[in-house]
Design a binder for this molecule. Sequence first.
Ligand code: SAM
Ligand code: SF4
Length: 477
Amino acid sequence: MSAHHDLKQPIYDPSVSFIQEDKIWELLNTNTAPSQAQVQAVLTKARLCEGLTLEDTAVLLQNQDCELEQQMFAIARDIKNTIYGNRIVLFAPLYVSNHCANACSYCGFNADNHELKRKTLQQDEIVKEVEVLEAMGHKRILAVYGEHPRNNVNAIVDSIATMYSVKHGDSGEIRRINVNCAPMDTSDFAILKTAAIGTYQCFQETYHRPTYETVHTKGKKKDYLYRLYAMHRAMEAGIDDVGIGALFGLYDHKFELLALLAHAKQLELDCGVGPHTISFPRIEPAHGSSLSEKPPFEVDDECFKRIVAITRLAVPYTGLIMSTRESAELRRELLSLGVSQISAGSKTSPGGYQASQDDQQDSEQFSLGDHRAMDDIIYELVTESDAIPSFCTGCYRKGRTGDHFMGLAKQQFIGKFCQPNALITFREYLNDYASEKTREAGNQLIERELDKLSPSRRRNISQCLTMTDEGKRDIYL
Ligand code: SAM
Ligand code: SF4
């Protein structure tokens, strides 16, 4: 396969880091004890849903007043509700390969971990994994790969084509595949784009260069700048939606959050559009990684909630992803503060959806805090969080990506598409995959949601729901 895309010319210098460490420390140090008035001013600005500067964000990070912190949480909840409503998008990671030539000291896939059973799924094994995911009701996959010659762009493209081709039962199909793999050159990104991926996701892990160099001592990932500019190259290659993230626990969380937001702003400046999503992995214990047993800058749950809430205020229109890695209870709280996507029913080893528990432990990346099945998670979302689980993939298939998506989001149009699509795809799930108790609770939730709508919108969505009940699938606006 060859790249066909007209590559855009870079207007930045990839040999120079845009993360200004001194400036980040200066912002934190000059705001060590912000006054109540200062914090109030930032909170007032945050209510406008227009985002925050790095300095505003530093003020919130340094705030120590509990009452103001509660106000900040309340604003995060309001912003989440105004912009995203009570929808929560669900996805499942699919680990295709744990072969890896790098030696990231926090990851179970590191090349020095000789205990790990290495596995790269063959096409027929991918089919089986996808069938299991489709049978759970999943429509979105995050495909994950170690960095290894086996996992070159052509192999990745082939594996994605296989995933899209699997149709299990009457209505099983994958409608959006996001990818988390090592960064590549612009020309390879252009090939990756041909696989019709949704978001390209890659985390800087730590933006603090000395720490980065300490935890990445082997392989291509050693190159901080190559990774830092990965999203610039992906966008040059025409990939509209990119997802950034930091692995919390490697370095000071305040520094990481400001750097993460600096990255988002730099993308907006250089490429015209910021990241589609931000992810918040925290280091989990991984076999074969002593660092992961005791992360050097562990982030506790309270601090993690603050990180999510502050990000919600700083970049109100960016999707926030919580992966498999958090416990059910914490997920619930983080959902209310601004998380808009979660994974459900996930495994972190290649072939993990098929394998027995023992086999999984031999080949998994790290262990998970939430072992419940998808149906249980959905039941809990509906009954305890009053959240609408959404399997919607409409925006990307209607071309509402990149700056088009951002333009729409900024005018608060998300509700116009996302709310109906969430209700329709949730009804599909309830009809095709849910247990009886989840179906009953889910349909009650749909009725409550319809009651909140104007008569004309209610009529339109009810028509789509009726068509879904009559057997039509994949209706979306
Ligand atoms: N190999 C590619 C890379 O490193 O970008 C993609 C796959 S890698 C498995 C995906 C992500 O897993 C990494 O970016 C890292 O943030 C996360 N990760 C690695 N070890 C982890 C751990 N012990 N706990 C939580 N997340 C971890
Ligand atoms: Fe390999 Fe990615 Fe794990 Fe690093 S984080 S060891 S590159 S799979």
